[in-house]
Design a protein around this ligand. Sequence first.
Ligand code: SF4
Ligand code: SF4
Length: 463
Amino acid sequence: MKTEKDISRREFFRKMGAAGMAVAGLAACTEAGRRTVSTGTSEESYGEMTYRTNPSTSDKVSLLGYGCMRWPTVDGKSNGAIDQETVNELVDYAIAHGVNYFDTSPAYCQGQSERATGIALSRYPRNSYYLATKLSNFASSTWSREASIDMYRNSLKELQTDYIDYMLLHAIGQGGMKALEDRYLNNGILDFLLEERKAGRIRNLGFSYHGDIEVFDYLLSRQDEYKWDFVQIQLNYLDWKYAKDINPRNTNAEYLYNELSKRNIPAIIMEPLLGGRLSNVPDNIVARLKQREPEESVASWAFRFAGSFPGVLTVLSGMTRMEHLQDNLHTFSPLKPLSEEEFGFLQETATLMMQFETIPCNDCKYCMPCPYGIDIPAVLLHYNKCLNEGNIPAGDKARESYRKARRAFLVGYDRSVPRLRQASHCIGCNQCSPHCPQSIDIPRELHRIDRFAESLKRDGPGL
Ligand code: SF4
Ligand code: SF4
């Protein structure tokens, strides 16, 4: 149930105000998901990095945070040795352009991230950047008090520091309340970390959350006792309202953010691109986003979404390549917060993405022949093709783009599948689905496509 303090869309934009509306510098778009700029000329293109202030320590944190979980390796393989020279170059470039938050963990990069991050950052004055790391005691062999404290002390050593700016209990929620109790409560480790905060060796204490909502709610219900300085959550324009639809074990980001917001706890954002899904969207979504902002990358929309919420302290991005860093610097230097209309546009985009998932048909034809003559794979593949080419009409029917997509869908349907073999003739006997290695509910998909094609036909003449 919503409370007074829940932040509504309108309230969100009222709080945002018009601050920081300056348009970020533009650069040439060379790919859909990301923009590439040449290092030599990019300097002039950036404005000032946007910073947010942590209410408990007054830290001025860059809104773009560096996620150190994907440092480049020498051989390009995920389990290879880290390419320290390139890491140093990335860190130098990030710091030179205002990034001051670096998030690592003993678990990242096969255990190599903290050391590489420590080497790169130790070349700078310790008070010129904020270090975040985690107690990543996932394996039950590390749940003892001694093993957990060893892990914490080793983080300090690898990071070449005697204090941590942002310390997290890592991935709270996995394994439910039982894992929380065993990893942090019964062994006294949370008490230990609270003492470390009191002693100043931990400046901010928080947790990152994935999984069981009971754990998230429990830890926030003890805010008076624990006084969390921040919480790290997964937030992006798909997870805002659809996290639960994507995976029933997840919780919508709207709930998570609002729970933090009403307690005034700063949010740190992970997965702003939903594991890359929001930089690698279907062609129709690329076309939709590009039509609005031809010069901006697809990924920049997702970063702007995450960064526009006023309670967000920093948005983490695991930037392996220089062009990712440069693209993100354009987005956050300064951040151009979403307008209310753009927020609605991204919500519609999320709905479209959820509505129009491609069907995982690989044309194997094991479902054939259909006793009623339907060319099952041809129908499914036509639908997927239209989806990928942006020819699934949606939105304002008066728009030229809608009429064009409608025409392409219906004309292409008749060309790809003879009328007598189209989805409209499926009687739902379900003789086909048991043969499908992709477990596609074939009659359900055929009926959905048929309803869609019929609705397009009703939309008017003039194909
Ligand atoms: S469910 Fe439809 S497509 Fe499948 S075999 Fe029956 S009629 Fe053919
Ligand atoms: S069996 Fe499944 S994957 Fe293969 S063609 Fe039929 S619907 Fe597609």
